[in-house]
Design a protein. Structure first.
Length: 209
């Protein structure tokens, strides 16, 4: 049996990742491709509990502890869900993965991208996405979108603008390093245009089936 495909969706808060992920699953289903949709941190019981911790605005979390918590949640998700699904030939669409930690903790928290990369290589056993869809949006526009949801801001969403600017720059750098894996999509477009661009970026994987 052929190994499945791992597709990740990345971007700043407010870029529209969750909306895209749901639309993408539906669009791929229409094309006859079943896809398992998972999110980070989360996807399994232990990781969902860690998600509640790292997002809780009432907790003080040191940047190194934050990085370790995300890596722990990721390790459990890989072992319990991702590897078994991929080994069974399933496609998985994942809302955030290692690149989020490289950008948020490596750059945003200034812990160092390479240090966070090494930590997550251990956490994931070296698992890498087949394709990464990076929804690119201006940091201020992303925050405005996130605020317009009408939901209380979580611990990370309460950070200053400079934090998100640094993350956006890091995402651009990561995409430039791996142009074969990343597809950079303008998230300022309409949801329909974003979806069409992402489907086009996945066409080589679909055609290879």
């Amino acid at each position: 049996m052929d190994r499945g495909r791992l597709i990740t969706v990345e971007g700043l808060d407010g870029a529209g990742k969750t909306t895209l992920a749901r639309a993408l699953v539906a669009a791929l289903h229409e094309r006859g491709r079943e896809v398992e949709l998972l999110r980070e941190p989360g996807g399994v019981a232990l990781s969902e509990r860690i998600r509640a911790l790292v997002k809780d605005p009432g907790l003080e979390v040191h940047p190194r502890a934050e990085a370790l918590l995300y890596a722990a949640a990721r390790a459990q998700l890989v072992a319990q869900q991702l590897e078994p699904l991929l080994a069974a030939g399933r496609w998985v669409l994942l809302d955030r993965f290692v690149d989020s930690s490289l950008a948020y903790q490596g750059a945003g928290r200034a812990l160092g991208v390479e240090e966070i990369r090494s930590l997550n290589r251990f956490a994931t056993g070296g698992l890498a996405p087949d394709r990464t869809l990076l929804l690119r949006i201006d940091a201020r526009a992303g925050l405005d979108r996130a605020g317009a949801r009408g939901e209380a801001a979580d611990r990370l969403e309460r950070e200053e603008l400079a934090f998100f600017v640094a993350i956006g720059i890091a995402y651009d750098d990561l995409a430039a390093e791996e142009p074969g894996r990343f597809a950079v999509i303008d998230a300022a477009q309409s949801p329909a245009a974003v979806l069409a661009a992402c489907l086009a970026a996945l066409e080589p994987l679909l055609a290879a089936e």
